[in-house]
Design a protein around this ligand. Structure first.
Ligand code: ADP
Ligand code: MG
Length: 617
Protein backbone atom coordinates (compact mmCIF):
# COMPACT_ATOMS: atom_id res chain seq x y z
CA UNK A 1 0.00 0.00 0.00
CA UNK A 2 2.74 2.42 0.96
CA UNK A 3 4.75 1.53 -2.11
CA UNK A 4 1.66 2.15 -4.20
CA UNK A 5 1.11 5.56 -2.63
CA UNK A 6 4.72 6.42 -3.24
CA UNK A 7 4.38 5.49 -6.91
CA UNK A 8 1.16 7.45 -7.29
CA UNK A 9 2.74 10.49 -5.65
CA UNK A 10 5.75 10.33 -7.90
CA UNK A 11 3.53 9.99 -10.95
CA UNK A 12 1.34 12.92 -9.91
CA UNK A 13 4.36 15.13 -9.37
CA UNK A 14 5.78 14.27 -12.78
CA UNK A 15 5.61 17.26 -15.15
CA UNK A 16 4.88 14.95 -18.09
CA UNK A 17 1.55 13.99 -16.54
CA UNK A 18 0.47 17.61 -16.27
CA UNK A 19 1.45 18.23 -19.87
CA UNK A 20 -0.46 15.19 -21.14
CA UNK A 21 -3.57 16.09 -19.14
CA UNK A 22 -3.44 19.71 -20.27
CA UNK A 23 -3.04 18.77 -23.93
CA UNK A 24 -5.85 16.22 -23.74
CA UNK A 25 -8.15 18.78 -22.15
CA UNK A 26 -7.18 21.40 -24.69
CA UNK A 27 -8.09 19.25 -27.70
CA UNK A 28 -10.95 17.15 -26.37
CA UNK A 29 -13.70 19.86 -26.43
CA UNK A 30 -13.24 20.41 -30.17
CA UNK A 31 -14.88 17.03 -30.79
CA UNK A 32 -17.22 17.02 -27.79
CA UNK A 33 -20.85 18.15 -27.63
CA UNK A 34 -21.87 21.40 -25.98
CA UNK A 35 -23.10 19.77 -22.80
CA UNK A 36 -19.75 18.08 -22.24
CA UNK A 37 -17.86 21.30 -22.83
CA UNK A 38 -20.10 23.10 -20.35
CA UNK A 39 -19.53 20.36 -17.81
CA UNK A 40 -15.78 20.55 -18.33
CA UNK A 41 -15.96 24.29 -17.68
CA UNK A 42 -17.82 23.58 -14.45
CA UNK A 43 -15.07 21.17 -13.45
CA UNK A 44 -12.55 24.01 -13.80
CA UNK A 45 -14.71 26.37 -11.72
CA UNK A 46 -15.14 23.74 -9.06
CA UNK A 47 -11.40 23.11 -8.99
CA UNK A 48 -10.85 26.80 -8.32
CA UNK A 49 -13.48 26.80 -5.59
CA UNK A 50 -12.18 23.64 -4.00
CA UNK A 51 -8.62 25.00 -4.03
CA UNK A 52 -9.88 28.20 -2.53
CA UNK A 53 -11.28 26.41 0.47
CA UNK A 54 -8.35 24.05 0.54
CA UNK A 55 -5.97 26.93 1.10
CA UNK A 56 -8.07 28.44 3.86
CA UNK A 57 -9.30 25.31 5.59
CA UNK A 58 -6.90 22.57 4.55
CA UNK A 59 -3.70 24.56 4.80
CA UNK A 60 -4.40 27.48 7.15
CA UNK A 61 -6.89 25.52 9.26
CA UNK A 62 -9.73 28.06 9.15
CA UNK A 63 -13.00 26.32 8.38
CA UNK A 64 -15.40 28.19 6.13
CA UNK A 65 -19.09 27.57 5.55
CA UNK A 66 -19.50 30.80 3.66
CA UNK A 67 -17.57 30.35 0.46
CA UNK A 68 -20.69 30.82 -1.63
CA UNK A 69 -20.50 34.42 -0.42
CA UNK A 70 -17.11 35.00 -2.04
CA UNK A 71 -18.29 33.16 -5.12
CA UNK A 72 -21.31 35.47 -5.30
CA UNK A 73 -19.30 38.66 -4.86
CA UNK A 74 -16.98 37.67 -7.70
CA UNK A 75 -19.90 36.71 -9.92
CA UNK A 76 -22.15 39.73 -9.31
CA UNK A 77 -19.14 42.02 -9.12
CA UNK A 78 -17.83 41.07 -12.53
CA UNK A 79 -21.27 40.92 -14.15
CA UNK A 80 -22.22 44.37 -12.86
CA UNK A 81 -18.91 45.87 -13.94
CA UNK A 82 -19.70 44.82 -17.47
CA UNK A 83 -23.42 45.49 -17.50
CA UNK A 84 -23.67 48.65 -15.42
CA UNK A 85 -20.26 50.22 -15.77
CA UNK A 86 -19.37 49.04 -19.25
CA UNK A 87 -16.06 47.48 -18.25
CA UNK A 88 -14.40 45.16 -20.77
CA UNK A 89 -14.81 41.52 -19.64
CA UNK A 90 -11.18 40.99 -18.64
CA UNK A 91 -11.13 44.16 -16.55
CA UNK A 92 -14.43 43.15 -14.96
CA UNK A 93 -13.11 39.70 -14.02
CA UNK A 94 -10.01 41.29 -12.49
CA UNK A 95 -12.09 43.88 -10.65
CA UNK A 96 -14.56 41.27 -9.38
CA UNK A 97 -11.65 39.21 -8.09
CA UNK A 98 -10.02 42.20 -6.39
CA UNK A 99 -13.25 43.23 -4.67
CA UNK A 100 -13.65 39.70 -3.36
CA UNK A 101 -10.05 39.71 -2.15
CA UNK A 102 -10.73 42.86 -0.17
CA UNK A 103 -13.88 41.38 1.35
CA UNK A 104 -11.94 38.26 2.34
CA UNK A 105 -9.26 40.35 3.97
CA UNK A 106 -11.89 42.31 5.89
CA UNK A 107 -13.76 39.17 6.93
CA UNK A 108 -10.53 37.89 8.46
CA UNK A 109 -10.62 40.66 11.04
CA UNK A 110 -13.62 39.29 12.95
CA UNK A 111 -13.20 35.68 11.77
CA UNK A 112 -9.56 35.62 12.84
CA UNK A 113 -10.66 36.05 16.44
CA UNK A 114 -12.75 32.91 16.67
CA UNK A 115 -12.12 29.23 16.10
CA UNK A 116 -13.74 25.97 15.14
CA UNK A 117 -17.47 25.89 15.88
CA UNK A 118 -17.74 29.66 16.29
CA UNK A 119 -15.81 30.21 13.10
CA UNK A 120 -18.11 27.83 11.22
CA UNK A 121 -21.08 29.81 12.52
CA UNK A 122 -19.53 33.15 11.67
CA UNK A 123 -18.57 32.19 8.12
CA UNK A 124 -21.96 30.66 7.45
CA UNK A 125 -23.42 33.94 8.68
CA UNK A 126 -21.27 35.73 6.14
CA UNK A 127 -22.51 33.40 3.38
CA UNK A 128 -26.10 33.97 4.44
CA UNK A 129 -25.61 37.73 4.43
CA UNK A 130 -24.26 37.67 0.88
CA UNK A 131 -27.13 35.44 -0.21
CA UNK A 132 -29.72 37.76 1.31
CA UNK A 133 -28.13 40.82 -0.26
CA UNK A 134 -28.19 39.13 -3.67
CA UNK A 135 -31.83 38.26 -3.11
CA UNK A 136 -33.08 41.58 -1.74
CA UNK A 137 -31.07 44.28 -3.45
CA UNK A 138 -33.47 44.36 -6.38
CA UNK A 139 -32.27 47.34 -8.34
CA UNK A 140 -28.66 46.15 -8.39
CA UNK A 141 -28.68 42.35 -8.37
CA UNK A 142 -32.11 41.91 -9.87
CA UNK A 143 -33.29 40.22 -6.66
CA UNK A 144 -34.97 36.85 -7.05
CA UNK A 145 -35.46 37.54 -10.74
CA UNK A 146 -31.73 37.56 -11.09
CA UNK A 147 -29.38 39.26 -13.45
CA UNK A 148 -29.58 38.21 -17.08
CA UNK A 149 -27.94 39.17 -20.31
CA UNK A 150 -24.39 38.93 -18.97
CA UNK A 151 -22.06 38.54 -21.95
CA UNK A 152 -21.36 34.83 -22.29
CA UNK A 153 -20.56 32.19 -24.92
CA UNK A 154 -24.07 30.74 -24.58
CA UNK A 155 -25.53 34.04 -25.74
CA UNK A 156 -22.76 34.37 -28.31
CA UNK A 157 -22.12 37.78 -26.83
CA UNK A 158 -18.74 37.28 -25.21
CA UNK A 159 -15.80 39.14 -26.59
CA UNK A 160 -12.46 38.97 -24.86
CA UNK A 161 -9.67 41.24 -26.05
CA UNK A 162 -11.29 41.50 -29.48
CA UNK A 163 -11.91 37.77 -29.95
CA UNK A 164 -15.41 36.32 -30.07
CA UNK A 165 -15.40 33.53 -27.54
CA UNK A 166 -17.46 30.38 -27.99
CA UNK A 167 -17.98 27.64 -25.43
CA UNK A 168 -14.87 25.71 -26.45
CA UNK A 169 -12.61 28.72 -26.30
CA UNK A 170 -14.10 29.84 -23.03
CA UNK A 171 -13.27 26.45 -21.61
CA UNK A 172 -9.72 26.79 -22.91
CA UNK A 173 -9.33 30.14 -21.22
CA UNK A 174 -10.59 28.58 -18.00
CA UNK A 175 -8.24 25.64 -18.43
CA UNK A 176 -5.22 27.91 -18.72
CA UNK A 177 -6.33 30.08 -15.79
CA UNK A 178 -6.91 26.99 -13.63
CA UNK A 179 -3.55 25.49 -14.58
CA UNK A 180 -1.76 28.72 -13.74
CA UNK A 181 -3.60 28.99 -10.41
CA UNK A 182 -2.67 25.41 -9.51
CA UNK A 183 0.96 26.07 -10.36
CA UNK A 184 1.02 29.25 -8.26
CA UNK A 185 -0.66 27.48 -5.37
CA UNK A 186 1.77 24.59 -5.39
CA UNK A 187 4.70 27.00 -5.38
CA UNK A 188 3.14 29.02 -2.61
CA UNK A 189 2.44 26.02 -0.40
CA UNK A 190 5.99 24.79 -0.88
CA UNK A 191 7.46 28.01 0.48
CA UNK A 192 7.96 29.55 3.90
CA UNK A 193 4.61 31.30 3.43
CA UNK A 194 2.83 27.98 2.98
CA UNK A 195 4.60 26.51 5.99
CA UNK A 196 3.53 29.53 8.05
CA UNK A 197 -0.10 28.97 7.01
CA UNK A 198 0.14 25.40 8.18
CA UNK A 199 1.90 26.36 11.40
CA UNK A 200 -1.04 28.62 12.26
CA UNK A 201 -3.30 25.68 11.54
CA UNK A 202 -1.51 23.45 14.02
CA UNK A 203 -0.71 25.82 16.88
CA UNK A 204 -1.05 29.56 16.98
CA UNK A 205 1.07 29.75 20.11
CA UNK A 206 3.88 27.73 18.59
CA UNK A 207 3.71 29.82 15.43
CA UNK A 208 3.85 32.99 17.48
CA UNK A 209 6.89 31.70 19.34
CA UNK A 210 8.87 31.78 16.10
CA UNK A 211 7.49 35.12 14.98
CA UNK A 212 4.59 34.07 12.77
CA UNK A 213 1.84 36.61 13.46
CA UNK A 214 -1.48 34.79 13.52
CA UNK A 215 -3.62 37.83 12.69
CA UNK A 216 -1.65 38.79 9.62
CA UNK A 217 -1.27 35.20 8.44
CA UNK A 218 -5.00 34.62 8.68
CA UNK A 219 -5.78 37.84 6.82
CA UNK A 220 -3.52 36.65 4.03
CA UNK A 221 -5.15 33.24 3.94
CA UNK A 222 -8.64 34.72 3.80
CA UNK A 223 -7.65 37.23 1.13
CA UNK A 224 -6.03 34.66 -1.17
CA UNK A 225 -8.81 32.16 -0.62
CA UNK A 226 -11.44 34.82 -1.34
CA UNK A 227 -9.54 35.85 -4.46
CA UNK A 228 -9.74 32.31 -5.83
CA UNK A 229 -13.44 31.96 -5.05
CA UNK A 230 -14.09 35.42 -6.51
CA UNK A 231 -12.21 34.48 -9.65
CA UNK A 232 -14.33 31.35 -9.97
CA UNK A 233 -17.44 33.48 -9.46
CA UNK A 234 -16.45 35.95 -12.16
CA UNK A 235 -15.83 33.15 -14.65
CA UNK A 236 -19.09 31.54 -13.62
CA UNK A 237 -21.03 34.73 -14.41
CA UNK A 238 -19.67 34.81 -17.95
CA UNK A 239 -20.07 31.09 -18.42
CA UNK A 240 -23.79 30.97 -17.73
CA UNK A 241 -24.87 34.51 -18.64
CA UNK A 242 -27.44 34.62 -15.85
CA UNK A 243 -27.09 35.00 -12.08
CA UNK A 244 -29.81 34.15 -9.61
CA UNK A 245 -29.41 34.14 -5.82
CA UNK A 246 -30.14 30.42 -5.54
CA UNK A 247 -26.76 29.56 -7.02
CA UNK A 248 -25.19 31.08 -3.92
CA UNK A 249 -27.12 29.60 -1.02
CA UNK A 250 -25.68 27.71 1.91
CA UNK A 251 -25.88 24.39 0.04
CA UNK A 252 -23.34 25.81 -2.36
CA UNK A 253 -20.96 26.62 0.52
CA UNK A 254 -21.40 23.15 1.94
CA UNK A 255 -20.86 21.61 -1.46
CA UNK A 256 -17.58 23.46 -1.93
CA UNK A 257 -16.33 22.31 1.44
CA UNK A 258 -17.46 18.74 0.81
CA UNK A 259 -15.73 18.63 -2.57
CA UNK A 260 -12.44 19.65 -1.05
CA UNK A 261 -12.71 17.45 2.00
CA UNK A 262 -13.81 14.32 0.16
CA UNK A 263 -11.06 14.85 -2.40
CA UNK A 264 -8.55 15.39 0.37
CA UNK A 265 -7.65 18.78 1.83
CA UNK A 266 -4.09 19.79 2.51
CA UNK A 267 -3.03 18.55 -0.92
CA UNK A 268 -3.31 20.02 -4.40
CA UNK A 269 -4.52 16.84 -6.07
CA UNK A 270 -7.28 16.14 -3.53
CA UNK A 271 -9.53 19.09 -4.31
CA UNK A 272 -9.03 18.42 -8.04
CA UNK A 273 -10.33 14.89 -7.61
CA UNK A 274 -13.18 16.13 -5.44
CA UNK A 275 -14.13 18.77 -7.99
CA UNK A 276 -14.20 16.24 -10.83
CA UNK A 277 -16.21 13.79 -8.79
CA UNK A 278 -18.76 16.29 -7.54
CA UNK A 279 -19.26 17.87 -10.95
CA UNK A 280 -19.98 14.57 -12.63
CA UNK A 281 -21.80 12.82 -9.83
CA UNK A 282 -24.94 15.00 -9.89
CA UNK A 283 -25.16 14.45 -13.65
CA UNK A 284 -24.89 10.71 -13.26
CA UNK A 285 -27.31 10.70 -10.37
CA UNK A 286 -29.94 12.70 -12.20
CA UNK A 287 -31.72 9.50 -13.14
CA UNK A 288 -32.38 9.06 -9.42
CA UNK A 289 -33.20 12.72 -8.83
CA UNK A 290 -35.33 11.93 -5.81
CA UNK A 291 -32.54 10.01 -4.13
CA UNK A 292 -29.72 12.30 -5.15
CA UNK A 293 -29.13 13.78 -1.71
CA UNK A 294 -29.48 10.41 -0.04
CA UNK A 295 -26.72 9.07 -2.20
CA UNK A 296 -24.66 12.18 -1.43
CA UNK A 297 -25.19 11.68 2.26
CA UNK A 298 -24.23 8.03 2.08
CA UNK A 299 -21.08 8.81 0.12
CA UNK A 300 -20.06 11.31 2.77
CA UNK A 301 -20.66 8.97 5.65
CA UNK A 302 -18.93 6.00 4.09
CA UNK A 303 -16.07 8.12 2.75
CA UNK A 304 -14.97 9.30 6.13
CA UNK A 305 -15.20 5.86 7.63
CA UNK A 306 -12.91 4.51 4.94
CA UNK A 307 -10.62 7.41 4.13
CA UNK A 308 -10.32 10.01 6.81
CA UNK A 309 -7.95 12.03 4.71
CA UNK A 310 -10.07 11.96 1.59
CA UNK A 311 -9.36 10.22 -1.67
CA UNK A 312 -5.96 11.85 -2.04
CA UNK A 313 -4.98 10.67 1.43
CA UNK A 314 -5.84 7.11 0.44
CA UNK A 315 -4.02 6.98 -2.86
CA UNK A 316 -1.08 9.34 -2.45
CA UNK A 317 1.45 10.37 0.16
CA UNK A 318 0.80 13.54 2.14
CA UNK A 319 1.88 16.72 0.37
CA UNK A 320 5.23 18.19 1.34
CA UNK A 321 6.01 21.79 2.13
CA UNK A 322 9.46 22.12 0.61
CA UNK A 323 10.03 22.39 -3.13
CA UNK A 324 11.75 19.19 -4.29
CA UNK A 325 13.91 21.36 -6.52
CA UNK A 326 15.23 23.27 -3.53
CA UNK A 327 16.09 19.99 -1.86
CA UNK A 328 17.98 18.66 -4.87
CA UNK A 329 21.71 18.58 -4.49
CA UNK A 330 21.50 18.83 -0.71
CA UNK A 331 24.17 16.39 0.36
CA UNK A 332 25.03 15.60 3.94
CA UNK A 333 26.59 18.62 5.62
CA UNK A 334 30.35 18.82 5.80
CA UNK A 335 30.37 18.14 9.54
CA UNK A 336 29.82 20.11 12.68
CA UNK A 337 33.38 21.44 12.85
CA UNK A 338 32.74 23.88 10.05
CA UNK A 339 29.44 24.79 11.64
CA UNK A 340 30.68 25.90 15.03
CA UNK A 341 33.12 28.39 13.53
CA UNK A 342 30.54 30.05 11.33
CA UNK A 343 28.76 32.10 13.91
CA UNK A 344 31.24 32.61 16.69
CA UNK A 345 32.22 36.16 15.86
CA UNK A 346 29.17 38.12 16.85
CA UNK A 347 28.99 41.32 18.85
CA UNK A 348 29.37 40.86 22.56
CA UNK A 349 32.18 38.38 22.17
CA UNK A 350 34.98 40.69 23.15
CA UNK A 351 32.99 42.20 25.97
CA UNK A 352 32.37 38.82 27.49
CA UNK A 353 35.99 37.68 27.21
CA UNK A 354 38.21 40.70 27.68
CA UNK A 355 37.22 42.10 31.05
CA UNK A 356 36.44 40.74 34.48
CA UNK A 357 33.35 42.72 35.17
CA UNK A 358 30.23 40.97 33.90
CA UNK A 359 28.97 41.98 30.46
CA UNK A 360 25.78 44.02 30.22
CA UNK A 361 22.75 41.76 30.25
CA UNK A 362 21.05 41.17 26.91
CA UNK A 363 17.85 40.26 28.65
CA UNK A 364 16.52 41.10 32.07
CA UNK A 365 13.40 40.87 34.14
CA UNK A 366 13.05 43.35 37.01
CA UNK A 367 10.66 42.99 39.92
CA UNK A 368 8.49 40.89 37.67
CA UNK A 369 5.13 39.87 39.05
CA UNK A 370 2.34 37.76 37.63
CA UNK A 371 -0.90 36.86 39.35
CA UNK A 372 -3.58 34.42 38.23
CA UNK A 373 -6.80 35.35 39.98
CA UNK A 374 -5.73 35.10 43.63
CA UNK A 375 -2.57 33.11 42.99
CA UNK A 376 0.78 34.86 42.92
CA UNK A 377 2.78 32.87 40.37
CA UNK A 378 5.67 35.33 40.19
CA UNK A 379 6.50 37.68 43.02
CA UNK A 380 9.04 40.38 42.31
CA UNK A 381 11.45 38.22 40.35
CA UNK A 382 14.63 39.78 38.98
CA UNK A 383 17.02 37.95 36.75
CA UNK A 384 19.60 38.93 34.12
CA UNK A 385 20.91 36.93 31.17
CA UNK A 386 24.37 37.82 29.91
CA UNK A 387 26.05 37.07 26.59
CA UNK A 388 27.55 33.63 26.39
CA UNK A 389 26.31 32.56 29.81
CA UNK A 390 23.96 29.74 30.54
CA UNK A 391 21.61 30.45 33.41
CA UNK A 392 19.73 27.61 35.02
CA UNK A 393 16.30 28.38 36.42
CA UNK A 394 15.33 25.70 38.87
CA UNK A 395 12.79 25.11 41.57
CA UNK A 396 10.00 22.72 42.52
CA UNK A 397 6.96 22.19 40.32
CA UNK A 398 4.60 25.12 40.45
CA UNK A 399 7.30 27.56 41.55
CA UNK A 400 6.70 29.82 38.53
CA UNK A 401 9.45 28.81 36.11
CA UNK A 402 7.23 28.31 33.06
CA UNK A 403 5.25 31.41 33.99
CA UNK A 404 8.46 33.43 33.90
CA UNK A 405 9.23 32.23 30.38
CA UNK A 406 5.63 32.75 29.33
CA UNK A 407 5.68 36.35 30.53
CA UNK A 408 9.12 36.93 29.07
CA UNK A 409 8.06 35.60 25.66
CA UNK A 410 4.79 37.50 25.51
CA UNK A 411 2.32 34.67 26.09
CA UNK A 412 1.23 36.29 29.33
CA UNK A 413 1.37 39.97 30.19
CA UNK A 414 3.24 40.94 33.35
CA UNK A 415 1.06 42.01 36.29
CA UNK A 416 3.86 44.35 37.32
CA UNK A 417 7.57 44.85 36.77
CA UNK A 418 9.62 44.98 33.60
CA UNK A 419 10.87 42.68 30.88
CA UNK A 420 13.91 44.28 29.27
CA UNK A 421 15.55 43.26 26.02
CA UNK A 422 18.64 45.26 25.16
CA UNK A 423 17.45 47.87 27.61
CA UNK A 424 13.94 48.24 26.13
CA UNK A 425 10.83 47.26 28.02
CA UNK A 426 9.10 44.61 25.93
CA UNK A 427 6.70 43.42 28.64
CA UNK A 428 3.20 42.86 27.28
CA UNK A 429 4.13 42.90 23.62
CA UNK A 430 2.53 40.12 21.53
CA UNK A 431 4.55 36.92 21.39
CA UNK A 432 5.34 37.08 17.69
CA UNK A 433 6.84 40.54 18.11
CA UNK A 434 9.01 39.42 20.98
CA UNK A 435 10.14 36.44 18.93
CA UNK A 436 10.84 38.87 16.11
CA UNK A 437 13.26 40.73 18.37
CA UNK A 438 15.19 37.50 18.84
CA UNK A 439 13.81 36.29 22.17
CA UNK A 440 13.03 32.69 21.30
CA UNK A 441 11.73 29.97 23.59
CA UNK A 442 10.72 26.32 23.61
CA UNK A 443 7.81 24.82 25.49
CA UNK A 444 7.59 22.42 28.39
CA UNK A 445 5.44 20.20 26.18
CA UNK A 446 6.91 20.49 22.68
CA UNK A 447 4.74 22.40 20.24
CA UNK A 448 5.51 21.46 16.70
CA UNK A 449 3.75 20.49 13.51
CA UNK A 450 3.38 16.71 13.86
CA UNK A 451 2.59 16.17 10.18
CA UNK A 452 5.69 18.04 9.07
CA UNK A 453 9.03 16.33 8.67
CA UNK A 454 11.80 17.23 11.08
CA UNK A 455 13.37 19.35 8.34
CA UNK A 456 10.15 21.27 7.71
CA UNK A 457 9.74 21.89 11.42
CA UNK A 458 13.28 23.15 11.76
CA UNK A 459 12.86 25.44 8.73
CA UNK A 460 9.87 27.04 10.44
CA UNK A 461 12.28 28.55 12.92
CA UNK A 462 13.80 30.67 10.15
CA UNK A 463 10.46 32.17 9.15
CA UNK A 464 11.34 35.76 9.91
CA UNK A 465 14.66 35.55 8.13
CA UNK A 466 13.06 34.89 4.74
CA UNK A 467 12.80 37.92 2.47
CA UNK A 468 10.78 36.48 -0.45
CA UNK A 469 7.35 38.03 -0.87
CA UNK A 470 4.20 35.96 -1.31
CA UNK A 471 4.08 36.86 -4.99
CA UNK A 472 7.72 35.95 -5.58
CA UNK A 473 7.15 32.64 -3.80
CA UNK A 474 4.04 31.88 -5.84
CA UNK A 475 5.95 32.65 -9.03
CA UNK A 476 8.94 30.73 -7.69
CA UNK A 477 11.39 33.34 -8.91
CA UNK A 478 15.02 32.18 -8.97
CA UNK A 479 15.81 34.20 -5.84
CA UNK A 480 13.18 32.26 -3.92
CA UNK A 481 14.82 28.91 -4.60
CA UNK A 482 18.23 30.34 -3.75
CA UNK A 483 16.97 31.66 -0.46
CA UNK A 484 15.28 28.37 0.32
CA UNK A 485 18.48 26.50 -0.45
CA UNK A 486 20.48 28.74 1.85
CA UNK A 487 17.98 28.12 4.64
CA UNK A 488 18.02 24.39 3.93
CA UNK A 489 21.79 24.39 4.18
CA UNK A 490 21.61 26.17 7.52
CA UNK A 491 18.90 23.80 8.71
CA UNK A 492 21.14 20.87 7.80
CA UNK A 493 23.92 22.33 9.97
CA UNK A 494 21.60 22.85 12.90
CA UNK A 495 20.15 19.36 12.56
CA UNK A 496 23.67 17.96 12.47
CA UNK A 497 24.50 19.65 15.78
CA UNK A 498 21.24 18.40 17.29
CA UNK A 499 21.77 14.85 16.03
CA UNK A 500 18.73 14.94 13.78
CA UNK A 501 20.36 14.39 10.40
CA UNK A 502 19.38 10.74 10.20
CA UNK A 503 15.70 11.50 10.76
CA UNK A 504 15.51 14.79 8.85
CA UNK A 505 12.94 13.60 6.35
CA UNK A 506 10.78 11.55 8.66
CA UNK A 507 7.42 12.82 9.79
CA UNK A 508 7.71 14.17 13.30
CA UNK A 509 4.64 12.24 14.46
CA UNK A 510 6.36 8.99 13.57
CA UNK A 511 9.35 9.67 15.81
CA UNK A 512 9.99 8.96 19.49
CA UNK A 513 9.54 11.75 22.01
CA UNK A 514 13.20 12.66 22.38
CA UNK A 515 13.44 13.62 18.73
CA UNK A 516 10.53 15.98 19.11
CA UNK A 517 12.23 17.83 21.94
CA UNK A 518 15.46 18.10 19.97
CA UNK A 519 13.53 19.24 16.89
CA UNK A 520 11.91 22.01 18.88
CA UNK A 521 15.27 23.13 20.20
CA UNK A 522 16.73 22.97 16.68
CA UNK A 523 13.82 25.07 15.40
CA UNK A 524 14.62 27.70 18.03
CA UNK A 525 18.30 27.67 17.06
CA UNK A 526 17.30 28.07 13.42
CA UNK A 527 15.78 31.43 14.37
CA UNK A 528 19.33 32.66 15.20
CA UNK A 529 18.04 33.83 18.58
CA UNK A 530 19.55 36.71 20.49
CA UNK A 531 18.31 35.01 23.67
CA UNK A 532 17.29 31.38 23.97
CA UNK A 533 14.93 30.11 26.68
CA UNK A 534 14.42 26.38 27.06
CA UNK A 535 11.61 25.10 29.28
CA UNK A 536 12.66 21.68 30.58
CA UNK A 537 14.29 20.57 27.33
CA UNK A 538 15.89 17.51 28.94
CA UNK A 539 12.66 15.96 30.22
CA UNK A 540 12.19 12.53 28.74
CA UNK A 541 15.51 12.45 26.88
CA UNK A 542 17.74 9.38 26.82
CA UNK A 543 21.40 9.56 27.81
CA UNK A 544 22.49 9.96 24.19
CA UNK A 545 19.89 12.60 23.50
CA UNK A 546 21.02 14.54 26.59
CA UNK A 547 24.45 14.68 24.99
CA UNK A 548 22.95 16.10 21.79
CA UNK A 549 21.00 18.66 23.76
CA UNK A 550 24.11 19.72 25.64
CA UNK A 551 25.98 20.21 22.41
CA UNK A 552 23.21 22.42 21.00
CA UNK A 553 23.23 24.53 24.15
CA UNK A 554 27.02 24.85 24.06
CA UNK A 555 26.76 25.77 20.40
CA UNK A 556 24.58 28.76 21.28
CA UNK A 557 26.91 29.67 24.12
CA UNK A 558 29.81 29.60 21.66
CA UNK A 559 27.95 32.26 19.68
CA UNK A 560 27.98 34.40 22.84
CA UNK A 561 24.24 34.28 23.19
CA UNK A 562 22.59 33.94 26.60
CA UNK A 563 20.61 30.82 27.40
CA UNK A 564 17.98 30.36 30.10
CA UNK A 565 17.64 26.71 30.94
CA UNK A 566 14.80 25.41 33.08
CA UNK A 567 15.79 21.98 34.26
CA UNK A 568 15.28 19.38 36.97
CA UNK A 569 18.02 17.08 35.82
CA UNK A 570 20.77 18.11 38.27
CA UNK A 571 23.69 16.27 36.68
CA UNK A 572 22.82 17.72 33.32
CA UNK A 573 22.54 21.23 34.73
CA UNK A 574 25.74 20.83 36.71
CA UNK A 575 27.80 20.05 33.63
CA UNK A 576 26.84 23.05 31.54
CA UNK A 577 25.53 26.01 33.51
CA UNK A 578 27.32 29.18 34.59
CA UNK A 579 24.72 30.79 36.83
CA UNK A 580 21.86 29.43 38.86
CA UNK A 581 18.63 31.04 39.99
CA UNK A 582 16.28 29.09 42.23
CA UNK A 583 12.59 29.91 42.47
CA UNK A 584 10.19 28.82 45.18
CA UNK A 585 6.54 29.86 45.20
CA UNK A 586 7.25 32.59 42.70
CA UNK A 587 10.17 34.13 44.63
CA UNK A 588 13.90 33.97 44.03
CA UNK A 589 15.43 32.11 46.96
CA UNK A 590 18.95 31.74 45.60
CA UNK A 591 21.20 33.14 42.94
CA UNK A 592 24.83 32.25 42.44
CA UNK A 593 26.78 29.26 41.21
CA UNK A 594 26.08 25.56 41.30
CA UNK A 595 28.36 24.69 44.27
CA UNK A 596 26.84 27.42 46.40
CA UNK A 597 23.36 26.27 45.55
CA UNK A 598 24.03 22.70 46.69
CA UNK A 599 25.05 24.01 50.13
CA UNK A 600 22.35 26.65 50.47
CA UNK A 601 19.98 25.83 53.35
CA UNK A 602 16.96 27.52 51.79
CA UNK A 603 17.43 25.61 48.55
CA UNK A 604 17.93 22.31 50.37
CA UNK A 605 14.80 22.95 52.36
CA UNK A 606 12.63 23.96 49.41
CA UNK A 607 13.96 21.85 46.63
CA UNK A 608 17.00 19.63 46.92
CA UNK A 609 15.49 17.76 49.85
CA UNK A 610 12.64 16.66 47.66
CA UNK A 611 15.01 15.81 44.84
CA UNK A 612 17.17 13.61 47.05
CA UNK A 613 14.14 11.77 48.36
CA UNK A 614 13.55 10.86 44.76
CA UNK A 615 9.96 11.97 45.12
CA UNK A 616 10.32 14.58 42.45
CA UNK A 617 9.20 14.10 38.91
P1 ADP B 1 6.62 25.58 37.06
O1 ADP B 1 6.90 25.76 35.61
O2 ADP B 1 7.70 26.12 37.93
O3 ADP B 1 6.32 24.17 37.40
P2 ADP B 1 4.34 27.25 36.54
O4 ADP B 1 4.97 28.52 36.14
O5 ADP B 1 3.80 26.41 35.45
O6 ADP B 1 5.33 26.42 37.45
O7 ADP B 1 3.17 27.55 37.53
C1 ADP B 1 3.31 28.43 38.62
C2 ADP B 1 1.96 28.59 39.30
O8 ADP B 1 1.12 29.35 38.47
C3 ADP B 1 1.26 27.27 39.52
O9 ADP B 1 0.59 27.33 40.76
C4 ADP B 1 0.27 27.20 38.39
O10 ADP B 1 -0.86 26.46 38.75
C5 ADP B 1 -0.07 28.66 38.19
N1 ADP B 1 -0.42 28.93 36.79
C6 ADP B 1 0.38 28.86 35.73
N2 ADP B 1 -0.26 29.20 34.61
C7 ADP B 1 -1.53 29.50 34.98
C8 ADP B 1 -2.70 29.95 34.28
N3 ADP B 1 -2.70 30.14 32.95
N4 ADP B 1 -3.83 30.15 35.00
C9 ADP B 1 -3.84 29.96 36.32
N5 ADP B 1 -2.79 29.56 37.03
C10 ADP B 1 -1.63 29.33 36.39
MG1 MG C 1 6.93 24.42 34.11
Amino acid sequence: MNALRKTVSRLLAHPALSVVVLLALWFWPASADRGTVQLLSFVMLNILLAQSINLLTGIAGQISLGHAGFFAIGAYGSALMVKSLGFPVVAAIVAGTLITTLVGWLLAVPAGRVKEFYLAMMTSGFGLLCFEIAKEWNNVTGGVMGLSGIPSPTLKSLNILGFDIDGVNYFRVLLVVTAVVLWLLRNFVQSHHGRAFFAIHTSEIAAGSIGIAQGRTKRRAYAISAALAGLAGAFYAHLVGYLGPDSFNIMRSVEVLVMAVVGGIGTIIGPILGAVMFTYLPEKLQAFAAYQFMVYGLILMVMFLLFRKGIAGAIAEPARFIAPRALEGMGTPSGSGAVASGHASKSGASRADGTHEPATPVFEVRDLGRRFAGLVALDSVSLALRPGRITALIGPNGSGKSTLVNVASGIYTPSNGQVLFEGQDIGGKPNHEIAGLGVVRTFQDPRLVPSFTVRENVLLGAHLRYKSSMLASALRLPGVLKEEQAMLARAAEVMEVAGLTAVADQLLESLPYGYRRLTEVARAVMAEPAVLMLDEPAAGLSEGELGQLASVIRYIKAQHKPVLLIEHHMDFVHDIVDDVVVLDSGRVIYRGDMQGMRRDPAVIEAYLGIQQDGAHA
